[in-house]
Design a protein around this ligand. Structure first.
Ligand SMILES: *[C@@H]1O[C@H](CO)[C@@H](O)[C@H](O)[C@H]1NC(C)=O
Ligand SMILES: *[C@@H]1O[C@H](CO)[C@@H](O)[C@H](O)[C@H]1NC(C)=O
Ligand SMILES: *[C@@H]1O[C@H](CO)[C@@H](O)[C@H](O)[C@H]1NC(C)=O
Ligand SMILES: *[C@@H]1O[C@H](CO)[C@@H](O)[C@H](O)[C@H]1NC(C)=O
Ligand SMILES: *[C@@H]1O[C@H](CO)[C@@H](O)[C@H](O)[C@H]1NC(C)=O
Ligand SMILES: *[C@@H]1O[C@H](CO)[C@@H](O)[C@H](O)[C@H]1NC(C)=O
Ligand SMILES: *[C@@H]1O[C@H](CO)[C@@H](O)[C@H](O)[C@H]1NC(C)=O
Length: 511
C-alpha cells in the first residue's frame, strides 16, 4: 500500500520555474479573458507544462477541463464502482456546468455594462472593480460557490495529528480552516461523500511536527509528503472517489512548509498509522530528492491533487493552475484579527517601515542595505523599546513585507489590517487570491534584485497613486479578515473560493 518512494512534487515541473508573481502583475488584464464554456475539447494538456499556454493558464479563469484528464482505463475495480456514485457525480457535474454557465454570463454582462459607462455607478459591492481582476465574474462565482460547494472530509485518522491544526500563531490558518469545516456548522460541509464537490485530506502538518517530529529529531528541511501519500493510499483503497478523478477533486491544506518532514514520519508516525514497520533504508531518501530523475518516481500522485499552501513558491513547483496560495496570518490568542484604521493617509508621515528577524536570504539582503540606515525607510531587526510595532504600521505609508524562511509573510495581512500599503519583496511568490484580486491596485512589488532601490521605487510613486492604493487596501482587507463562523467574502470564504475555482476547472469523467 504505502510505497516509500521519495518523490517530491516540487520537482515535477521544472519548466514551471517562472516568475509568476511578476507575470501576474503585468498581465492581469488577461485574466478572466477566457472564461469557461462547456466546450468539451481540451485546449490544454495537463502535462504540457512546457507550452506557453499551460504556463500562463493560472491567469485564466478556467485553464483546463475534464477531458484533459487522461481517460481512466477500465480496471476491474472501476467496473465495480457502484452505480449510485456515478449518479451522484452526474448530479454534481450538472451543478458545476450551471455554475460555469452563470459565471460566463456574468462576465458577458460585465462587458456589456462596461460599454455603457453610465450604468457603472450603482452596483454596490462590486462597484468599480479596481481591486478585482473582474468583479462581476468573481461575485457571481462566489455566489455559485455558496450555492453548490460542498466539502467532504475523510474521517480516517485521529486528532491531533489529523483533523486538528493550530488556531493561533503564524500557521493558524491551517487550524482555523480545518475547524471551520469539521465543526459541523459550516454550510460548506458535505453531509455525505455523494454530495461532495471536493474531498479534503485532513492532515495537520503543524501538529505532526509539534507532536511527532520535534520530540525526536532536530529540525531539518527534509520532505514530508509521505504522510499525505499514505493517507491517500488508505482512502483510495477504501473509497472510489480518489481513483475516479485521479485526485483532481481532492485537496490538502497546510501553512507549514509541509515538505519538511518525511523522515520522521516514516520512522515514527507511519508505524502508528498502519501498524507496519518502516523500511530500514529510509534515511537515504534525502539523497533521492536531489536525483535528477526524481520526477520519474511518482509523477502521477500529485499531478492533479490540489494543494493549498502558504509556501506558494513557483520556483519550488507550486503550480497556480492546480494549487492554492494561502495567506499567512498571525492570529494572537483570543483574537481572530486586529483590523484597525491606523492613521488617515494625510497623517502618515513615515515613508516605509519594517521590523522583523533575520530569517532567510531576503531579510539578510534587506538588512545589509537598509537596517537602521535611513530616516525615511525604517528597517529594524530589533524594534526599539520606545516603538510600538502596530502603531508604526498604523502611521507608515508603506510597509515592507519581505519573504522570510519562505515566500509568504504574515506582514502582508498585518499591513492590510493597519491600512498600510504592502510592499512585497519576493521572487516567484504567487500571491493569495491572485486569481480574483488585482494586487497591483493595492500593493507594490519589488523583486529581490531591486532591494537597493526600495527608496527610489517608493518615492517615485505619486501622492495620487499612493492614495488610490491606500483606498484599495481599505477596500480589499475584508477578504483577509478571519471570522468564525466564516462570512461571505472573508478569508476562509476566499480560500474556499480558490479551491472552488480549481474544482470548476475539472470535470470528473462519468464512468
Ligand atoms: C490505458 O489504455 C490505453 C489504451 O487502451 C493504453 O494505451 C494506456 O497505456 C493505458 N493506461 C494505463 C495507465 O494503463
Ligand atoms: C472499457 O470498457 C468498455 C465497456 O465495458 C469497453 O467497450 C471499452 O473498450 C473498454 N476500454 C478499454 C480501454 O479497455
Ligand atoms: C442602464 O440603466 C438604465 C436604467 O437605470 C437601464 O434602463 C438600461 O437598460 C441600462 N443599460 C444597460 C446597458 O444595462
Ligand atoms: C472607484 O470608486 C471609488 C469610490 O468608491 C472612486 O473614488 C474611484 O475613483 C473609483 N475608481 C475608478 C477607477 O473608477
Ligand atoms: C484505486 O486505485 C489503486 C491503484 O490503482 C488500487 O489499488 C485501489 O484498489 C483502487 N481503489 C478502488 C476503491 O478501486
Ligand atoms: C501597541 O498599540 C496598540 C494599539 O495602538 C495596542 O493595542 C498595543 O497594546 C500596543 N502594544 C504595546 C506593546 O504597547
Ligand atoms: C523559492 O524557491 C527557490 C527554489 O527552490 C529557492 O531558491 C528560494 O529560496 C525560495 N524562496 C524562499 C523565500 O524561500
Amino acid at each position: 500500500m504505502a510505497d516509500f518512494t521519495c518523490t517530491t512534487p516540487f520537482l515535477l515541473y521544472p519548466s514551471l520555474v517562472i516568475i509568476l508573481f511578476f507575470y501576474s502583475i503585468n498581465h492581469h488584464n488577461r485574466f478572466f479573458s477566457s472564461v469557461v464554456d462547456d466546450d468539451p475539447s481540451c485546449r490544454l494538456s495537463l502535462s504540457s507544462s512546457s507550452s506557453q499556454e499551460a504556463v500562463f493558464s493560472p491567469f485564466r479563469f478556467l485553464p483546463f477541463r475534464s477531458s484533459c484528464l487522461p481517460a481512466l482505463n477500465n480496471t476491474s475495480e472501476e467496473v465495480a464502482v457502484v452505480e449510485e456514485v456515478d449518479e451522484a457525480v452526474e448530479r454534481i457535474e450538472e451543478g458545476l456546468a450551471m455554475a460555469r454557465a452563470s459565471i460566463k454570463k456574468a462576465r458577458e454582462e460585465n462587458l456589456r455594462r462596461r460599454r455603457d459607462r453610465r450604468n457603472n455607478s450603482d452596483m454596490g459591492f462590486v462597484s468599480n472593480g479596481s481591486v478585482y481582476l473582474n468583479a462581476f465574474t468573481f461575485h457571481q462565482s462566489h455566489r455559485e460557490m455558496e450555492k453548490r460547494f460542498k466539502i467532504w472530509t475523510y474521517r480516517e485518522g485521529e486528532p491531533p495529528l489529523f483533523h486538528k491544526g493550530p488556531l493561533n500563531n503564524i500557521y493558524a490558518i491551517e487550524g482555523q480552516f480545518m475547524d471551520e469545516i469539521e465543526n459541523g456548522k459550516s454550510r460548506f460541509s458535505a453531509a455525505s461523500p455523494e454530495e461532495a464537490t471536493v474531498f479534503y485530506i485532513p492532515v495537520g502538518i503543524v501538529n505532526i511536527i509539534r507532536f511527532v517530529y520535534r520530540p525526536y529529531t532536530s529540525y531539518a528541511r527534509d520532505r514530508l509528503q509521505n504522510i499525505v501519500k499514505d493517507y491517500i493510499s488508505l482512502v483510495s483503497n477504501r473509497y472510489p472517489y480518489w481513483n475516479r478523478s485521479r485526485g483532481a477533486d481532492h485537496f490538502f491544506l497546510s501553512c507549514h512548509d509541509w515538505v519538511s518532514l518525511s523522515l520522521t514520519y516514516t520512522r515514527f508516525l507511519f508505524p502508528k498509522l498502519t501498524g507496519k514497520s518502516p523500511r530500514p533504508n529510509f534515511p537515504l531518501c534525502s539523497l533521492f530528492f536531489k536525483a535528477p530523475d526524481v520526477s520519474a518516481v511518482d509523477p502521477e500522485l500529485y499531478k492533479h491533487f490540489i494543494r493549498a499552501l502558504c509556501n506558494a513558491n513557483a520556483s519550488e513547483g507550486f503550480a497556480p493552475m492546480r494549487d492554492v496560495s494561502l495567506p499567512e496570518i498571525n492570529i494572537q490568542y483570543g483574537q481572530l484579527g486586529f483590523v484597525h484604521n491606523g492613521e488617515p493617509p494625510e497623517n502618515r508621515k513615515l515613508l516605509a517601515f519594517f521590523a522583523g528577524g533575520s530569517h532567510g536570504e531576503v531579510r539578510k539582503i534587506l538588512f545589509e542595505h537598509w537596517k537602521e540606515k535611513d530616516k525615511d525607510v525604517l528597517v529594524y531587526e530589533n524594534l526599539p523599546k520606545t516603538m510600538n510595532y502596530t502603531k508604526m504600521m498604523d502611521k507608515a505609508k508603506f510597509c515592507l513585507c519581505p519573504s522570510g524562511w519562505e515566500v509568504a509573510s504574515p506582514r502582508i495581512v498585518e499591513s492590510l489590517y493597519s491600512g498600510c500599503v504592502p510592499v512585497i519583496i519576493a521572487d516567484a511568490y504567487v500571491l493569495p487570491f491572485s486569481d480574483v484580486l488585482n494586487w497591483k491596485s493595492f500593493s507594490v512589488h519589488i523583486p529581490i534584485s531591486k532591494i537597493p532601490e526600495i527608496k527610489k521605487i517608493i518615492e517615485a510613486i505619486s501622492e495620487e497613486e499612493y492614495l488610490k492604493m491606500q483606498r484599495g487596501v481599505l477596500k480589499v482587507r475584508k477578504h483577509f479578515v478571519v471570522n468564525r463562523p466564516s462570512k461571505p467574502f472573508d478569508m476562509l470564504h476566499m480560500i474556499m473560493h480558490s479551491i472552488w475555482l480549481r474544482r470548476l476547472n475539472v470535470r470528473i469523467p462519468l464512468s
